[in-house]
Design a binder for this molecule. Sequence first.
Ligand code: SF4
Length: 644
Amino acid sequence: MSNRLPFSVSKTESFYEKLGDWIGDVFYDILPESGFEVRDEQIYMAFQLEKAFKEKKVMFAEAGVGTGKTIAYLLYAICYARYTNRPAIIACADETLIEQLVKKEGDIAKIEAALGLNMDVRLAKSRDSYLCLNKLEAVMAKDETEVFEDVFYDLPDFVHGKGSMQSFTHYGDRKDYAHLQDEQWNQIAWDSVQDCFSCHQRHRCGQTLHRDYYRLSRDIIICSHDFYMEHVWTKESRKREGQLPLLPESSCVIFDEGHLLEYACQKALTYRFTEQTLEKLLTRIMANDVREKTLNLIEDGIYESEAFFNLLESVSLSTLGSEKRKVEKTNQVLNSAKNLLTILQAVEEELVFESELYVINEYDLKVVEEYLEQITYSLSLFVKSNQGITWFETHSGERTLVIMPKLVEDIMRKEVFSQEKPYIFSSATLSDNQSFNYIASSLGIDDYLHFSVESPFDYEENMKVSLETFNTGQSEEKLRYVRESILKSEGRALILLSNQDEMQSLKTYLQDVPFPIYFEGDAEISTLVSHFQNEENSILCSIHLWEGLDIPGRSLENVIIYSLPYPPLDPVFEAKREGAENSFEEVDIPYMLLRLRQGIGRLIRSHEDKGIVHILLDKETNDNVISKINSILPNQKKAEGKAR
Ligand code: SF4
């Protein structure tokens, strides 16, 4: 039994009984004595969670805003990790939220102080959160901007070839370069074109060193849903290639904002078919002493692939606010895909014969076979209607066809939820009409526990909601309204936006407001959030912080929803719309209401919080939509507002 547990358990005692006693002590004595506002709803949640850990089951923990979900699940996560000697994984909805849990004002720091615990919490961020040495060198060769030179010369000594192996430490996290704008950061951060596996700088690269660091966490690893799903999906292939899985074996997994997991699963199960990669791999095979028949087939494959990508490029259409180009599956495109599929399947068969002749390097052969298997599977989804969601992307001349499966339940059942392990879904919005069947079946979860608790806050008393109507688009009156509203609340405002165009207009219009104003993208996000939290009169404008942002106190008394958060017109949502009878009612409205509820939920974060939520509507918004918005408002007094 681990002696790192915050309570003692002898060999004859039950861990779960002692855990239950400790949880009782924490909520009834220790936290109130340390000045915590403990809520009945939170205590109820804490005792419910015990079942999931004891029975090693999935649990849907639906708890309203302000229940104190994080503290409740953290206590179990830490004890269970120490009991089993394996770290707990906490997967947050979005990469931007990872730092929120570990910030100095966050829940982890608070319970560490209150309980005298020293928790080993490490962050596993996505690859693009790390500096790529190759890209930094490339950008410095063509751009002598000081900002990149400073990054280069501030790298640890061992990166420049000085110092010993012992001095290798993790470095190169986006957070360490908080002053860089996203645009500058993207020039030096890892991107999907980088081939880390064969990179000569790998052993001294910050990304590799970070991975080695977080893997050794003894208590908790925090990552995003996307990263967790990438781990699940790449685990086996990484092992085959002699690499470690992205995450170590865990004791339990907590999906914070768990209602968003399905999309992360789809994204992770996405196949990316890149023209250049196929050509590079096939050319590598041609360099071996292969038979003429194989050579001819490979040449046909390269030729047909180029023709296929030319066609895709000519028929694909750009989509507003997204880099995903919509693909028209014309007969010509489908025929070309079928031809390519037939040729690549024939190449696969020939490679089986080649492997028996031992003329190709075994490693090269394995890599090509795996890639071909992926491409032929994804192309077979592409040629069948209704099996996958597809789009086309081009980056720096590289052309990629992306294929995402529509349904993920089978694979999630097999790869994740068949394991006997506590999986906790925590969110304010998991059920639909008090049933958890929709989320359970879409994720392949057959057996689960669940509970729901309401928010403990007095919204009637503390929250005002104002619905305001403006001319469609970014009208002058709308901008003026925002300005007046933040002057009235003396800053203290979070402005939630739906796209970059809105951000640009506000940047121009709010230039001279007499309060500090921060825009997402102008610096590293958790640094901006920290400024917003600690400078009481400041303003934060964000596209991504509709969920998870927790700023209690006077820094946030005014939430401005600049436009209704409808889903983008990209191919993922287009596919969902295509599958619906009434796409506006079944896809757009539920998505918008869910996000709106989350956005409104940013305002009241403690019993003392008070404030106003402004929801800015277009003149065209119909009465049906307005009544739906009214129905999800936490204060059921009718919202005030007027048309302009
Ligand atoms: S290992 Fe990957 S991220 Fe690191 S320098 Fe090489 S290509 Fe860039």
